[in-house]
Design a protein. Sequence first.
Length: 77
Amino acid sequence: MRQYLIKLRKEIKKTQLDVSTDLGISRAFYAMIENGTRNPNLNLANNIAQYFNDDVNKIFFDDKSNETLQNQCNKTA
């Protein structure tokens, strides 16, 4: 579970549907990102970070359950 991402969304008083619509993705996919069952691609991860005006590393890489996304980034570096 990405608690920090959920916290950011709740701070701006947005629903998952609001955020997903603004990002151009389905609510179900956004919910899976928040739940940690799916990882966004690097482009979407950056878009989410920009949406919340926060650091992509803080949102996605500080969470130990997101090793897949970290590995993607390491492969492209």
